[in-house]
Design a protein around this ligand. Sequence first.
Ligand SMILES: NC(=O)c1ccc[n+]([C@@H]2O[C@H](COP(=O)([O-])OP(=O)(O)OC[C@H]3O[C@@H](n4cnc5c(N)ncnc54)[C@H](O)[C@@H]3O)[C@@H](O)[C@H]2O)c1
Length: 671
Amino acid sequence: MMQINLDISKAMVIKLDDELPEMSEFKEGIRRAPKRELILNKEEIGLALKNALRYIPEKWHEKLAPEFLNELLDKGRIYGYRFRPKGSIYGKSVNEYQGNCLAGKAMQVMIDNNLNFDVALYPYELTTYGETGQVCQNWMQYRLIKKYLEMLTENQTLVVESGHPLGLFESSPDAPRAILTNGLLVGQYDNQEDWHKAISLGVTNYGQMTAGGWMYIGPQGIVHGTYNTLLNAGRLKFNIADEGDLSGYLFVSSGLGGMSGAQGKAVDIANGVGIIAEVDYSRIQTRLNQGWIKKIVKDPVEAFDLAQEYMNKKDSISIGFYGNIVDLLEYAVKKKIKIHLLSDQTSCHVPYEGGYCPQGLTFEERTQILRTDKAKFIKFVNQSLTHHFELIKTLVERGTYFFDYGNSFMKAIFDAGVKEICKNGENPNDGFVFPSYVEDIMGPLLFDYGYGPFRWVCLSGKHEDLVKTDKAAMDCIDPNRRFQDRDNYYWIKDADKNQLVVGTQARILYQDAVGRINIALKFNEMVRNGEIGPIMLGRDHHDPGGTDSPFRETANIKDGSNVTADMATQCFAGNVARGMTMVTLHNGGGVGIGKAINGGFGLVLDGSEKVDTIIKKAISWDVLGGVARRSWARNKNAMETAINHNKENKTGDHITIPYLVNEDLIKKLID
Ligand SMILES: NC(=O)c1ccc[n+]([C@@H]2O[C@H](COP(=O)([O-])OP(=O)(O)OC[C@H]3O[C@@H](n4cnc5c(N)ncnc54)[C@H](O)[C@@H]3O)[C@@H](O)[C@H]2O)c1
């Protein structure tokens, strides 16, 4: 064996170092992931150990095999803790990284930002957000990916399969520098049990969306979407004028974690009053320290009194309620308190893995019982979700607008045994009784026009670059074109004042295809002129064309095609073909394994004319592929956008547009 391994080692120039790193200390106060489901038999445990040891020279196997076994039994996964770098991780200025090309260095900034101790949910477990969304599976992969990125040239592409760097392969300067996939499973095995087995064996990774896509920008990434959703929910349900805001209105929700942590900030920016319940005190404290909530209260009476005080004076405040959302809603129902807007952002895509803390358990008890008695935990979750549903139902009957905010909440209620959550009273095939935010708001008002969560990172790490890009982006927007443009204009005007940055100097700004292209071209020109350093441009996967997810992004697709995943796959392939720097495709995302296919991209703006061409071709495709599919599903606003695009015909694109059929004709035939 020794000789074979020696030959193997000699055959690789990019590999982990020969010396074994010392185990670095686990700092107190850093949140740790709970134990994950482990359903492997004896042989499979052996296979998981062999799989992890594949990264490591043979001389260390005897020492590491028992260490990895301990990790597997204790945490349900092999993270390879020993291979963690010393100290904290954060995205540094791109110049501080080693590499043979700018893209290789830029991707290292992005990875380190995803693992930044102020940004990541469980940094020691490489988990960025959404309870289980990881950058890669283990620290051996992290080290190896970094080494590959340091070696990467303009003529190679790094292939990363579920966190595993398969290698560098010769391509061309016009090809992506990295292609990432996460959690993709063959249909027959695309279910919870096989998934758990594969992830414990160390052969797949839950990338969420931007965690494994290396494009996370902290909770800011979701603030703009949440702000848009809340504002438009108010307009839709409470007749707030287009130029009005949420002053005097109350929004209640739960979760102050990775993405959910944005809710307080979003309602504050929309001038409303928000109470957000959170069971983990450390997360509330983090959001208070970051200025993302204004006050912590521990008692429902105090929470609603404070909310009323601010509603009366038409002032805004975001209140973190330390406690269970079900307790908070129980109090509201009992006291007949009026809640205008209600949602939930617990990690309900994985309720039985700790994502949802049941009523009656503290956060600490939830972690303990998850480890010691999983069956009991599941029972508690089901009881709590059932009661949660009853409370929401009562509030909705009293005039509250409840919407599912993309965390698979309604599916979790169904899985808990509540068939009443389904429109047909039987199964989710015809949808749920409460709307998803995409169905009512985000889909028709934003995605169907192509508006989505465009974002950028200033790779220099300089705040002054971000300020310059904010100003340049604002100058590209005509606030009088549509109400969406007016919202976006005010958003970017106040973005710096609203102190949204956690981690790298980054910005989120909803834009449609034209807006994104104009802004990207302007930024690239600024890089060319030396006004700013290079930029990593991208978007959330949660976008018009990036994600097929029937309970979320494609919830407003009504032609029956929401069970297909062609759009997200085509989006991915088209972005590869057009030379985006980094392109990614995932299973799962915000709603859980098997429930979505989603993808994204990163594009390094280096000031070159080549990048101008990529911007025009690839960004146009990335957005309009989604609009074209939405148009084909007969979505009115998407059809209008597609018709205009065909008429203008500036780009060589041509979209197939559906003929509409007289409803009476069909009715007469089928009745
Ligand atoms: N709408 C979107 O665009 C979008 C985007 C990203 C993620 N998501 C989904 O939203 C969910 C939340 O994402 P996240 O990144 O914030 O996850 P997270 O796990 O970091 O945060 C969820 C928080 O909810 C808290 N919590 C759990 N049960 C609770 C209860 N009963 N009462 C009060 N607090 C409770 C947890 O302690 C945790 O802090 C996930 O399911 C994710 O997939 C939605």
